[in-house]
Design a protein around this ligand. Sequence first.
Ligand SMILES: Cc1cc2nc3c(=O)[nH]c(=O)nc-3n(C[C@H](O)[C@H](O)[C@H](O)COP(=O)(O)OP(=O)(O)OC[C@H]3O[C@@H](n4cnc5c(N)ncnc54)[C@H](O)[C@@H]3O)c2cc1C
Length: 545
Amino acid sequence: MAGSHETRPSNATSPPDYDAIIIGAGMSGLYQLYRLRELGLRVRVFESGTDVGGTWYWNRYPGARFDSESYSYGYSFSKELLEQWDWSEHFAGQPETLRYLNYVAHKFALRRDIQFASRVTAAIYDEDHRKWDVALEDGNSFSARFLITAIGPLSAPTLPRIEGVASFQGRSFHTARWPHDPVDFAGKRVAVVGTGATGVQTIQTIARDVRHLTVFQRTPNWCAPLHNRKIDGETQKTIKAGYPEMFQRCQETFACFLHTPDERATFEVSDEEREAFFEKLYGEPGFGIWQGNFRDILTDRKANALISDFVARKIRQRVRDPKVADKLVPKNHGFGTRRVPLETGYYEVYNQDNVELVDITETPIERITEKGIKTSTGEIEFDIIIYATGFDAVTGSFDRIDFRGVGGLRLKERWRSGPETFLGVLVDGFPNMMMLMGPHTALGNIPRSIEYNVDWVTVLLLLCQQQRLRRVEVTATGVTAWTDHVKALGVGLLSNEVNSWMTGYNTNVEGKQTRIVARYSGSAPAYRATCDEVAAKRYRELALA
Ligand SMILES: Cc1cc2nc3c(=O)[nH]c(=O)nc-3n(C[C@H](O)[C@H](O)[C@H](O)COP(=O)(O)OP(=O)(O)OC[C@H]3O[C@@H](n4cnc5c(N)ncnc54)[C@H](O)[C@@H]3O)c2cc1C
């Protein structure tokens, strides 16, 4: 039934082609499809990539891997899936995660409802027929009663705004648009522009293979060791036997990670005890040093200065040349106030003879040339340029679709001064549209939040199905109250005083040089409690018709 609509243009007078259209076939879109099928809805997913996986389909750059523990990241909804899938490492690499999502898509026969290579360019609400008309880049259009966006918080890549990017005659890639065939680095002169989480993973992975690597750094980040390991047979059994408790823990922690803040404050312990605790965290796998540190490191400036000082000392110990080490120590933000890249031998890369660090705040890039990169001190020739320049985060993938709600109101316009939502899921003026991992949702260990959001949306759509509702819209009051709440939660957080993707700041995107409150920064359990209450009180903030 669904497939038969593929080339038929939408007709405004006929019933919608589908009950629901989902945009995006990453972790969010796949699970939402699975759940809506359970309701017996006619669902179609449109995905711009040529296969499933989202983040893990696009980000094929060398060294791409989790910083969530693999088993805490996978879906929890199917016991059979949990039993069948073996993660090979505590922090799996991208190829394995992509294999996992392919396995999921195959196991639940999801692909038959997904149309690949189908970029959605516009979605326009038709009030008369209470449906969404969704236009694809190829000129086709389809309609659905409900529109669910699963377009990713980190899925709209941004290239740097440097003159001449297109003029380079060698090979160049954005890390999130990495070619599907392996790139040979042997004997090559390579540039990496950007030292965020992606840049760090790329740099530490290719440094040993390239002839020469030049890293162009604007803002150093506070990186901490990943301490990844293979999972042996015994550990595999323990992980599988412990899944219920592990997922329960993820439900209870602040950001759905296995780690959660220590109950003590930084200055409640002696200097020796504090140093030993920092040392222990630095030696442990994963985000413990960020998410499981003293409870006040991200709110108390003095506490933050101490952990920053600890990590700075580690950087200086690991990098031989003190001048280079100094460049690698962040000066404009404290530890953990931006996303902490987890690394494996990253700092030691700068001890290699074939690696050079260029601090572009001292030596600015003037332009990309045919042969390489021209800085204020001269031109450097490269064979390959890698742009690890990240994403127009959270709202970027929304801005790239022309969403128009009631009366033609554009979402981009509605969010001109920053996103306004209800629970991060609904926006007034945009009836029958639900967002997964949109602005103002709890992120953290994201799949745990995805499963919650998808389940919440599914219950709402079940209600619509049972009561034959054709229109669901949040009230303006509901949106204002939630948006104010989200903004209030951000007050006092040091991370909200820093330019980063988490504050919606991006020098490479026009108009995004003002900080916004892009994400919900309370605890995930508090977020879920609020959403549960909204459902329990029968959606008082929604107008249902
Ligand atoms: C390199 C990297 C590492 C990460 N590591 C972790 C981690 O360890 N732990 C963690 O919790 N999170 C991590 N994340 C965040 C990650 O994005 C989420 O964990 C999760 O994959 C998000 O899933 P999603 O389905 O919501 O979005 P995505 O996976 O981004 O999927 C969105 C999909 O929507 C499609 N799409 C977007 N716009 C359109 C359009 N207009 N038309 C059609 N299709 C469209 C995209 O092509 C994409 O396939 C990482 C992100 C990156 C980039």
